[in-house]
Design a protein around this ligand. Structure first.
Ligand code: ATP
Ligand code: ZN
Length: 284
């Protein structure tokens, strides 16, 4: 019994999808131009597809699960469950207008033409804001639409904003923040669900490890209490005596978010020789 997963065949999500499976210890022979592949050390069959088709394939149970952008999941409105955010493929779906235009809020869009590949999400947004605008659905190169007179505004995916800039546009509204997610079929059978649980356990361990760092530092014993109180740790920090009397080595785990803030406080409290190392997997 195998779990069938759909991943993007080529494009922005392909490499990170394969990398995540690899970090989960799953080996996939990734032949060029292959449509299908099998993992050699995990009950997983991989289908390589266009990202737009992945929600449909998962709804129809051609694939049990898939890795795909939230933007595609919400636009396609297929009956699938979003199970886990994957932390890559981050972007936003934004409205942009010509740089020279005076944009004074969403009312600017009233009666205008908006070019987009995301008609469903744009329609929702306009409805929420009570704006009546004309949506022009185009499948690619949306950013050139204002320049060629097809529309006054666009709604497209943005990450750095450089594509907008190069096309003389400016970003004015964000309608969705997106990242890659794991979706699953809503009637997943038991053996597949069991394999998915194993995969999810590995994905969560990889994600946690990425968000955390292992920290080692030396502390004078008279400052130990203060330093330990600054460190969260998985349970409580490990404290080992150093050969040098009066000093201890302290080991702990810090999350990326609070990292710089806590390092500064540790230094102020008298910590020395602070080492920070990446964690490969983290099982809690
Ligand atoms: P396909 O051939 O599979 O249909 P595509 O051209 O539609 O590919 P890509 O450009 O490879 O799609 O983008 C795939 C996904 O990557 C997007 O749906 C989005 O979730 C994510 N993404 C992340 N950053 C960006 C970005 N700057 N522009 C577009 N997509 C991005
Ligand atoms: Zn696509």
């Amino acid at each position: 019994m195998k779990l069938k997963i759909a991943v993007q065949k080529s494009g922005r999500l392909h490499d990170d999808s394969i990398k995540l499976l690899k970090e989960c210890g799953i080996d996939i022979s990734n032949g060029v131009n292959k449509l299908k592949s099998e993992a050699s050390n995990f009950p997983l069959e991989v289908f390589f597809l266009r990202d737009d088709d992945i929600p449909q394939y998962v709804e129809d149970a051609v694939a049990d699960i898939g890795f795909v952008g939230e933007n595609v999941v919400y636009e396609k409105q297929k009956k699938v469950d979003v199970v886990e955010k994957l932390g890559f493929g981050r972007c936003r779906l934004s409205i942009a207008v010509k740089r020279g235009d005076v944009y004074d809020g969403v009312n600017f869009l009233q009666g205008k033409r908006i070019a987009t590949s995301y008609p469903v999400l744009v329609k929702d947004f306009l409805q929420q804001k009570g704006i009546d605008a004309e949506i022009h659905e185009i499948s690619g190169s949306v950013e050139i639409a204002p320049g060629i007179g097809l529309a006054e505004a666009i709604c497209d995916l943005v990450s750095s904003g450089s594509t907008l800039f190069m096309n003389g546009l400016k970003e004015t509204e964000t309608i969705l923040h997106s990242q890659a997610v794991l979706i699953k079929n809503q009637q997943l059978a038991f053996p597949q669900q069991e394999i998915l649980n194993k995969l999810l356990f590995r994905i969560q361990s990889v994600k946690k490890a990425k968000n955390n760092k292992y920290i080692l530092l030396n502390a004078p014993n008279d400052k130990l209490d203060e330093i330990i109180s600054l460190l969260p740790g998985m349970k409580s920090p490990t404290v080992l005596p150093l050969a040098d009397k009066g000093w201890s080595s302290v080991h702990s785990v810090l999350s990326e978010n609070e990292f710089w803030h806590i390092i500064e406080q540790l230094k102020q409290a008298g910590a020395q020789g602070i080492l920070v190392v990446p964690i490969e997997k983290m099982i809690v």
